[in-house]
Ligand binder design. Structure first.
Ligand code: PEP
Ligand code: MG
Length: 563
């Protein structure tokens, strides 16, 4: 057995801040050995436990076989071979039979027994050649663990914990309640990833780029997550604990101060109006529009409706959500973005298990997926158009890279409208916008803008695709934290074209959240922005400190200087 080194000294680790805020709490290791429950079972429970173990094995095998089929289909034979090794490990009687035997013998739960068997199995590998296999065994045991303890269930037991994990999925963060989880620490995860977006929307502090393996031999009693400077303090000294308790209170007080400006109109120092809209992900988020007195909904990420039932919502369910939001908003704008599945929002595909892409960021995202799955598109359009009579609804097309995608949606809207008319169901004409987030469209924005009624710049994706830097990968975070001339120039062209053709433009995405960029964006002529509730007040505060005319001059100077 491996002996654990006890180390309760304070350790400070520097990562990058994904979501601001301060949390103090106990660690909760996700799918890691520190998370293993230890139970003694009765005779009857032993039989149930063996069934549970077999169930987790079965699900793990299914996962692997499915992944393998997909990799083979895509010609990734090397990966398929690795998965073969994983399957072999899962079927190795040295492991499978021994685990069952030991559950019977020790009356301990699967996690304890499985971990022990796997640990001994790893130690038994002496041959250097097979040492590589240890990584495979670790991967396999994680997979089995994740099926034994799906995240939702495991989190119900812990309160106010700080989740520590190598990686985390958007679906996991979406389901988490603030009262249960007070912060996240991960290794991977980029600032503009959807995991980051949801954590910020929920106001949960989050630090990434922390090597989780460093923590394996450290006994952690409690820890501090400083989401302002991106620091994690393990086993803090009393002095630091006190300091951060005070900081937490100050952080809260700062927000109370910010709240006082809710009633003010958002104007720059020199009086230019900036319209702030809300970006929302669910029906209940609509309340933020009234809480923060925004102009309406600038972006509804409708694909998140998927989470409630873990399947694509029916037309009836969608109609209900769209109608409720539209009614609540009265006549305020309500921009519904059509389902934007794909990229790092691959949850739909994970569930469906009939869709796999090696490179999802360059795959069947957004409108591409909807064109391939026309039924899905028509159901969504029907629900939106039926709800249209209840408010000021507009449709936004995600991930447009080709003009034909816009005409496809327009044709489908016409089709659905005529079907509704035939069935005597009332609906209204709605405005159609596009997400300007793929370079092929942004480079010739003048041509695309003419085809739509309004336009939303998706800065997360635009930056990702222009800089060829994965928004979910924090190793290339630097490309999102600095503004390349290419982006500046492109944004200026998009703003100018939208002004020239008189088509409203809304800036969406995380770019506006970076204080470094606010002045530049105002200087570029951005006048409408859509933000998540939690960041709204801080950004409003910063905008009100800016002199727009001066900012415009600065941008002009930069652009001429670089030209
Ligand atoms: C964006 O790309 O900037 C955007 C707003 O959409 P999403 O983050 O959902 O891709
Ligand atoms: Mg996008």
């Amino acid at each position: 057995m491996l002996r654990r080194r006890i180390n309760k000294k304070q350790i400070i680790l520097q990562g990058i801040s994904i979501s601001k805020g301060i949390a103090i709490g106990k660690p909760f290791f996700l799918f890691q050995k520190k998370n293993v429950p230890n139970q003694t079972l009765s005779e009857q429970e032993v039989l149930e436990e063996i069934e549970r173990y077999r169930g987790a094995l079965k699900k793990s095998k299914e996962d692997l076989k499915y992944l393998q089929r997909r990799f083979i289909k895509d010609g990734a034979f090397v990966v398929a071979d690795i998965l073969d090794a994983h399957l072999e490990i899962l079927q190795d009687p040295v492991i499978t039979e021994l685990v069952e035997k030991n559950i019977r013998k020790t009356h301990k739960n699967t996690e304890v027994v499985f971990q022990q068997v796997i640990g001994e199995y790893k130690l038994s590998i002496k041959d250097k050649f097979f040492k590589e296999r240890i990584k495979d065994i670790t991967d396999v045991s994680w997979r089995v663990f994740s099926h034994l303890n799906p995240i939702k269930e495991s989190l119900e037991v812990e309160k106010n914990c700080i989740i520590i994990a190598n990686e985390i999925n958007p679906s996991d963060v979406f389901e988490i309640k603030n009262k249960i989880v007070s912060a996240f620490i991960t290794d991977k995860v980029g600032y503009s990833s959807h995991v980051g977006i949801i954590a910020r929307a929920k106001g949960i502090p989050f630090i990434a780029k922390i090597d989780i393996n460093l923590l394996n031999n450290v006994e952690i009693e409690n820890l501090i997550v400083d989401g302002i400077s991106g620091i994690v303090i393990i086993n803090p000294t009393l002095k630091n604990l006190e300091k951060y308790k005070k900081l937490k209170i100050n952080f809260f007080k700062f927000y109370v101060e910010l709240k006082k400006q809710i009633d003010f109109l958002t104007k720059t120092k020199d009086g230019k109006d900036i319209k702030i809209f809300s970006t929302i992900e669910s029906l209940k988020d609509v309340d933020f529009v009234f809480k923060y007195k925004t102009e309406g909904i600038g972006l509804f990420r409708s694909e998140y409706l998927f989470f409630q039932d873990r399947k694509i919502p029916s037309e009836k369910k969608q109609f209900y959500v769209y109608k409720e939001i539209a009614k609540k908003l009265k006549n305020k704008p309500f921009i519904i973005r059509l389902f934007d599945f794909g990229g790092d929002k691959d949850f739909l595909f994970k569930e469906k298990k009939d869709f796999f892409e090696i490179n999802p960021m360059l795959g069947c995202r957004g409108i591409r997926y909807l064109i391939k799955n026309e039924d899905l598109l028509k159901i969504q359009l029907k629900a939106i158009l039926k709800a249209s009579i209840h408010g000021n609804i507009k449709i936004l097309i995600p991930f447009v890279s080709n003009l034909s995608e816009i005409s496809f949606v327009k044709d489908k809207i016409k089709e659905v409208m005529s079907e509704l008319k035939d069935a005597n169901i009332p609906c209204k004409k709605v405005l159609i916008g596009m997400m300007m987030e793929v370079p092929s469209a942004a480079i010739i924005s003048n041509i695309f803008i003419k085809e739509v009624d309004f336009c939303s710049v998706g800065t997360n994706d635009l930056m990702q695709y222009i800089m060829a830097a994965d928004r979910a990968n924090n190793d290339v975070n630097v490309f999102f934290d600095s503004l390349d001339y290419s982006i500046l120039k492109l944004l200026k062209e998009i703003v100018d074209n939208s002004n020239f053709y008189g088509k409203p433009l809304i800036l969406c995405g995380e770019m506006m959240l970076n204080p470094k960029f606010i002045e530049l964006l105002i200087g570029l002529g951005i006048r409408n922005i859509s933000l998540s509730a939690r960041q709204m007040l801080e950004i409003k505060y910063l905008i009100m400190k800016i002199n727009a005319s001066l900012a415009e001059k600065k941008v002009k100077k930069i652009l001429t200087f670089l030209n």
